[in-house]
Write a protein that binds this ligand. Sequence first.
Ligand code: ADP
Ligand code: RBF
Ligand code: MG
Length: 359
Amino acid sequence: MNRLIRGIGSSCWVPRYRQTSSWGATFRLYSHSDAIKSIDTSLQTLLNDNQNIDVQNVRVLNVQRGEQATTVDIVGMLRSRNVDDILSVHSDVDCNALENSKNTLGNVLEPRVWHGQLESLPAYMGPFQMIIVDADMIEESKKRDILRQCSMITRPGGSIIVWSSREVVLEDTLIEDAMDNLCLEMADSGSNVLVFRVPEHFALRDGIRYMEGEIVTGYGRGSKELGVPTANLLPADVQGEIVGLPAGVYFGWAQLMTSESQQESDGLVHKMVMNIGKRPTFVKDNSPDISIEVHVMHSFQQDFYGQRMKVLVVGYLRPEMKFDTIQELLNRIQTDIGVSRTQLDGEFWSRYAKDPFFD
Ligand code: ADP
Ligand code: RBF
Ligand code: MG
């Protein structure tokens, strides 16, 4: 069975996650100028759902293959809604250059164009509240990468809108992958676009997870020498608690079970960032054991192998990736730590440090 997502007013089928995974069918996005209306509707929904964002500071990314008349339509529509902070990625030209549509003195926001691939877009140009992606781009061979890249530069609560100006077939597995491995939500959409959303506060779909386990020796790859020691939890202790969590980076709170002789601050509840996965940057083997590694944001007096740790996982940041160099992995881990710290300092997650789970 094919699911057609057509123009406003025509009968359409709103995809839902559970149905998607059981049907094994195909999505077809097919639209034209109605898509612009749907993108507009998504913008209004975004603004309504996020009381703390107003239109003046919405940052939008528009991803498409090249210069097309539709760029003007999308940008024109956004500007008519007073959105000025717009960056378009035109991936047909590979020169990695940024260009303003008009020459301004630099203190006036004007739509800008990045000529280059999405993956080479410098991180400081994001994050975005809204990313508009031409489904044509997703249909291509590296389709999964595009959604993954978008998910990593979207703010929590922000939307990724997939649209098309011609008929494009998107496989169900792509949508499943977005939900299961990128932990995106499918925002209800009764129109001819697919709207994904990064959960508010990066919250896990099925709620927070409590874990407790013994700290064991890792793989001797010297995370400590890299500046990011990771306490490896004994997989058998937490295997039930990690069910359904995709390989990736998480954050939350951790408490080491200390003895009398240890410094008091070492036994307090601290912020943590955690990697669950197979460390593809280092491990070439296709089926290594899963490791569950916790970097605690605290400077401990001494190592604590053999002791137990309580971990409360509250949010999911990104999928685990294979980096070309260790430096790139380290840079990304520093970003993960920064983003997690900001989230955990916020009102929404800070109260979990006082969860009765902790002593
Ligand atoms: P391994 O490969 O054995 O896990 P690491 O280089 O990752 O070695 O170091 C991890 C060990 O460092 C932990 O098991 C713990 O005893 C110690 N450690 C010290 N500070 C921290 C911290 N802030 N977070 C996690 N582990 C820490
Ligand atoms: N390893 C990877 O191969 N890919 C990753 O994306 C990745 N992300 C990580 C994120 C964080 C916050 C931490 C603490 C570790 C991450 N690792 C990742 C694991 C890293 O490779 C591991 O700590 C070292 O190999 C030591 O075992
Ligand atoms: Mg470790």
